[in-house]
Design a binder for this molecule. Structure first.
Ligand code: IMP
Length: 208
C-alpha cells in the first residue's frame, strides 16, 4: 500500500478521478470521512489557487497527513471574470445548477463577447509545510441556450468551439481529455511523481 493522501472533498466523483490518476504514483487517496477527520474551511481566497491552498493546509494540519485540495470555477470575460471564485454560489445560495445557468444567460444578454474559461487549481500540502501546486485552464464560449445533459454545473453552457459542442454534450472521457480539471490533475500527478521520486524518505516516513 502506498503513502496515504487525504483529498479535501466529499464528492465521490472527484475522489474516484483522483484515485485513478494518482494510482500510478503509488499513492493512496482517502476522503476526510474515511480518515475520520472533519474540517470546515471558509473559501475566503480571491483566487482558485488561494482557496485550494487554504483547504489543503487546514486538512493537513488537522490530520498530520499530506492533503490535496482543488478549487475550480468559470470566468466570463464580458462579466470581468465573474462568477470566478463565486461559481458555486453565483446568485446566492438558493439557486441550483440550472438556476445559475439561467442567471448567467440573463447577465450575458446583449454582451459583445461570450468568451470564457474554466480554471482548476490543485494544491497538495505535506505535514512539513511543502506545497505542490498545479493549474489547468480550458477556453471556450458561453452558448445562447443550455445544451446537453451530461456533467454538472455550467457544463450545458460551456461551448468548446472546435468541437461545436458544450461540455454537457461530451462523454466524461471526452471532457476529461480537454477540461481544466483533467489538465490540472495530469500536471499534478506528474509533479507529485517527480517529487516523491526525489524525496523517497518522505514516502518511507509516512508508510512507517
Ligand atoms: P468546486 O471547485 O467543486 O468548488 O466547484 C466550483 C463551481 O464551479 C462548481 O460548483 C461549478 O458551478 C463550477 N464548475 C467547476 N468545474 C466545473 C466543470 O467542470 N463544469 C461545470 N461547472 C464547473
Amino acid at each position: 500500500m502506498g503513502m496515504k493522501f487525504l483529498l479535501a472533498t466529499h464528492n465521490p466523483n472527484k475522489l474516484r478521478e483522483m484515485r485513478e490518476i494518482l494510482s500510478g504514483c503509488g499513492v493512496e487517496v482517502i476522503s476526510p470521512d474515511e480518515a475520520g477527520v472533519h474540517v470546515d474551511v471558509e473559501e475566503t481566497g480571491t483566487t482558485f489557487a488561494e482557496n485550494a491552498a487554504l483547504k489543503a493546509e487546514a486538512l493537513s494540519k488537522e490530520s498530520g497527513l499530506p492533503a490535496i485540495a482543488d478549487d475550480s470555477g468559470l470566468s466570463v470575460d464580458a462579466l470581468n471574470g465573474a462568477p470566478g471564485v463565486y461559481s458555486a454560489r453565483y446568485g446566492g445560495g438558493e439557486l441550483d445548477d440550472a438556476g445559475r445557468c439561467r442567471l448567467l444567460l440573463e447577465n450575458l444578454r446583449g454582451a459583445k463577447t461570450r468568451s470564457a474559461h474554466f480554471t482548476c487549481a490543485i494544491c497538495c500540502v505535506f505535514p512539513d509545510g511543502t506545497h505542490l501546486t498545479a493549474e489547468g485552464r480550458c477556453d471556450g464560449a458561453i452558448s445562447y441556450a443550455m445544451l446537453g445533459t451530461n456533467g454538472f454545473g455550467y457544463d450545458p453552457l460551456f461551448l468548446i468551439t472546435a468541437k461545436g459542442k458544450t461540455f454537457a454534450q461530451l462523454s466524461a472521457e471526452e471532457k476529461a481529455e480537454i477540461s481544466h480539471r483533467g489538465k490540472a490533475l495530469r500536471a499534478f500527478a506528474e509533479k507529485l511523481g517527480t517529487y516523491l521520486a526525489e524525496h523517497p524518505s518522505m514516502d518511507m516516513k509516512k508508510e512507517a
